[in-house]
Design a protein around this ligand. Structure first.
Ligand SMILES: Cc1cc2nc3c(=O)[nH]c(=O)nc-3n(C[C@H](O)[C@H](O)[C@H](O)COP(=O)(O)OP(=O)(O)OC[C@H]3O[C@@H](n4cnc5c(N)ncnc54)[C@H](O)[C@@H]3O)c2cc1C
Ligand code: SF4
Length: 158
């Protein structure tokens, strides 16, 4: 079984508090919403924040108005907002994975996901056994070995 590393968990109640906590935690701090992406990544040691700051208790981020939807609205809720029902965003949210995942995963988390790649979304030991790729801890891209960059979808850095 893959276990989470130890970390400090903080629950701000306002945006100002969340920003202050992140500034205090520095690069070792990360926000979490539904946790469906971040926690598995922490278990696989892709991302190893020492401080995890939950955004789910911040009312402004759960707003659901016609022109304004907060980033912490879950994918299930997003797909059921009456004024959104027939929008491309609601249709896309309905197509994500399973009800369980959609009940936890949020709009903001979906937009800020880490890399998706079969060579990267594996346990630490699996990645070590073939030698790490350049996305984390290594120097080669296993999808395109002569490439100087990472080709994983949603990848923002290599
Ligand atoms: C089994 C499975 C199947 C999936 N299938 C699909 C699919 O078919 N289609 C698809 O599009 N996606 C799919 N996903 C991805 C899924 O949509 C995301 O895991 C989910 O939307 C992430 O939301 P979250 O709130 O759980 O994010 P979290 O795990 O909480 O966060 C993800 C990242 O976003 C950052 N973050 C979160 N909220 C904010 C915010 N408000 N501001 C700044 N940063 C923020 C976090 O710091 C973290 O880096 C799948 C995931 C799983 C596990
Ligand atoms: S560097 Fe290559 S193997 Fe690694 S995550 Fe990116 S695309 Fe995948």
């Amino acid at each position: 079984m893959l276990r989470l590393p130890s970390f400090t968990y903080l629950q701000p109640r306002s945006l100002a508090e969340a920003l202050r906590m992140k500034a205090e935690a520095g690069p070792e701090g990360m926000y979490v919403a539904g946790g469906t992406d971040l926690y598995p990544n922490m278990k696989r040691r892709h991302q190893e924040p020492k401080t995890v700051i939950s955004l789910m208790g911040i009312p402004e981020l759960r707003t659901m108005e016609r022109e304004k939807v907060g980033t912490c609205v879950t994918l299930s809720t997003l797909s059921n907002i009456p004024s959104f029902q027939h929008s491309a965003v609601a249709t896309a949210a309905r197509l994500v994975s399973t009800p369980l995942l959609r009940n936890m995963g949020t709009l903001g988390g979906n937009l800020c996901l880490d890399t998706r790649c079969n060579y990267y979304n594996q346990s630490y030991e699996w990645r070590k056994s073939i030698d790490f790729c350049m996305k984390k801890d290594g120097h080669i891209c296993w999808v395109a070995p002569s490439s100087p960059r990472c080709w994983g979808s949603r990848s923002t850095s290599a």
